[in-house]
Design a binder for this molecule. Structure first.
Ligand SMILES: Cc1cc2nc3c(=O)[nH]c(=O)nc-3n(C[C@H](O)[C@H](O)[C@H](O)COP(=O)(O)OP(=O)(O)OC[C@H]3O[C@@H](n4cnc5c(N)ncnc54)[C@H](O)[C@@H]3O)c2cc1C
Length: 548
């Protein structure tokens, strides 16, 4: 009888990329940390990088993605329970993220904590982005929730604890807490004023004014979170409420999960649709000011979207380099073929720019939160829509090219053992949620109306003077465009500001060859398909810096 594989020998297939330190392999990230927050202790990031790169955690990522959560709306006896069951790998990944302080741990820690957390969050996305949704929301909720001192007193300690505690208990009884947000409804997500869910005052309580909420949410990720911030209408307009899953007496709040979404990617994350009829919700902030209140959370989840895309890009690049270093075609390793070298080096350049931009935003968050630095607060307002728009927008294009480096193998999932396909499916999401591309470009126009933005931007770009003719020209033309921006041209403006900021950051913190290659391909020439680095670019250096 023919034995399996007696017909041929298997060779020229690349090995798995496992048991590596994902942080050690990411030089642009290390340089960004050095530039943005030299006080950060790198040892915990190396520990996280080794854990995420281990075969064990890679297997958990695969399992969490291949065994998506399931809704158990009723118990065996027909009683409503609204539980979501996850694979044990999901819980293991959530515990890992919490233990490494990727949730709300930076709040209340010394300066640099948000930058360190951003680096860890970026790395984790390359491993399994699905669990990062509840992690991100649990991080982002703090500034909004602090508006209610009594709620924050009871919930703050559990949110900042580096502990994942999935037990179904009232929040204040748990060792670690997670939170989500409920804004989007069927009739509109970007246009939150169109929300129809409503709230009626019920009673005063130790957590402040309690209302009864009735309505629905069309996207409600992480319904197993201990609580959500949610928008509902009062007579004064959209208002922000704190809605716990379990009430202080241990009974379930009146939130009914209708179904879980069947999504392109992001399979480990339970995104649900819910309805609620008389659910208890506590006022956060002022009645009628709910959109501004909840966007204090949204602005930080936008940071995380940009970090997420940069992390997915880095991991896709690492997989492409690893494969091309082992696979031969036409008599040479792929990584030795001149045209493939050009493609890989161009992808590496994109990661350089993306990493610098998102880490600069993380520093602006850190400095404005810790030191109350007004200039950094202005920069943060500008960089949030820019980073979210540009880095997330580049993600899908990037993932397609990285996948192509693996040829047919890149397109094959093999029950999740082909991680490139997973990264590809995940990529478009960061661009859509928390404000899709147009909404971010329009938010840039709003940011430009804030006091001091134009001056801060000019300062940030000052280092381009005399450094590169094309960049200088583009920067000079900005003054007029910023003074009277056209709505229909907002994407173009967002792209140009993003490219200039990336160039300025690379000028300051990366080798000269990286800066000049970036300007040659992104500013002098239009950034369309990857693999068009001109002859004189230092491909060798770009590849050496990127090897995992
Ligand atoms: C997997 C997943 C999970 C999610 N989880 C949550 C969650 O937990 N909580 C939550 O609240 N939401 C969640 N969302 C919803 C998400 O934030 C929204 O889908 C997103 O903000 C876009 O809103 P929308 O779907 O209503 O699209 P729309 O608002 O209808 O927008 C459609 C398109 O029109 C564009 N557009 C909108 N306004 C303008 C304008 N003025 N000019 C030009 N173009 C415009 C947008 O950029 C977009 O491209 C989730 C979404 C997904 C896909």
């Amino acid at each position: 009888m023919t034995q399996p594989q007696s017909t041929h020998e298997v060779f020229n297939q690349s090995s798995e990329l496992a048991d590596v330190d994902l942080f050690a392999g990411h030089r642009p990230l290390q340089e960004a940390l050095q530039a943005m927050a030299p006080e950060v202790d790198l040892a915990p990031l190396h520990a996280l990088g080794r854990e995420l790169g281990s075969a064990e955690v890679q297997a958990q990522a695969r399992l969490a993605n291949r065994h998506p959560p399931r809704l158990r709306a009723y118990d065996r006896g027909g009683r409503r329970i609204d539980e979501v069951e996850f694979h044990p790998a999901y819980h293991a990944l959530m515990a890992c993220a919490a233990a490494h302080g990727l949730q709300a741990a930076p709040w209340g820690r010394p300066a640099g904590a948000h930058v360190a957390r951003a680096a860890g969050f970026l790395l984790f996305n390359g491993t399994e982005a699905g669990v990062m949704c509840p992690v991100s929301m649990s991080y982002a909720v703090t500034p909004a929730l602090r508006a209610s001192a009594s709620l924050y007193a009871d919930w703050g300690p559990g949110l900042t604890a580096p502990v994942y505690d999935p037990r179904p208990l009232p929040g204040p009884q748990k060792n670690g807490l997670t939170m989500g947000m409920g804004m989007t409804e069927k009739q509109g997500g970007s246009d939150l004023r169109a929300n129809t869910s409503r709230a009626a005052f019920d009673q005063d309580t130790p957590w402040g004014r309690c209302y009864r909420l009735t309505g629905h949410k069309w996207f409600f990720s992480a319904p197993m979170s201990d609580a959500h911030l949610m928008l509902a209408q009062t007579a004064a307009g959209p208002t922000c409420f704190f809605v716990p899953r379990l009430l202080p007496d241990g009974t379930r709040n009146a939130l009914r999960i209708q179904r879980l979404k069947d999504k392109l990617g992001n399979h480990a994350n339970a995104s649900s649709e819910i309805e609620f009829d008389g659910a208890a919700g506590w006022l956060v902030g002022e009645e009628g000011r709910g959109i501004a209140q909840i966007l204090e959370m949204g602005t930080l989840t936008r940071l995380d979207c940009a970090l997420g895309s940069a992390g997915l890009m880095r991991q896709a690049l690492a997989l492409a380099l690893h494969h091309c270093a082992q696979r031969s075609a036409f008599g040479k390793k792929l990584i030795e073929q001149p045209l493939m070298r050009n493609v890989l080096a161009d992808l590496a350049l994109e990661v350089e720019g993306a990493t610098a931009l998102v880490m600069r935003l993380a520093r602006a968050v850190d400095r404005s939160e810790h030191a109350g630095d007004a200039r950094e607060a202005v920069l943060r307002r500008l960089l949030t829509p820019i980073g979210k728009f540009w880095v997330c927008k580049r993600g899908s294009h990037f993932a397609q090219e990285a996948m192509e480096c693996l040829g047919g193998n890149g397109y094959v999932e093999d029950d999740g053992h082909g991680p490139m396909a997973r990264l590809y499916r995940e990529m478009p999401l960061n661009s859509i949620w928390e404000g899709a591309g147009n909404v971010m470009a329009l938010d840039l126009l709003r940011a430009l109306r804030s006091a001091g933005v134009a001056e801060v931007l000019r300062d940030e770009l000052e280092c381009l003077r005399g450094a590169h003719r094309g960049a200088e020209r583009l920067a000079a033309g900005l003054t007029e465009r910023l003074a009277a921006p056209q709505e229909s041209q907002a994407r173009r403006l967002a792209r140009d500001v993003a490219l200039l900021l990336q160039a300025a950051l690379l000028r300051r913190q990366a080798p000269e060859a990286v800066f000049s290659a970036f300007c040659a391909t992104r500013i002098d020439a239009g950034a369309d398909v990857f693999g068009q680095l001109p002859e004189d670019c230092d491909v060798e250096l770009l590849l050496a810096r990127a090897m995992p």
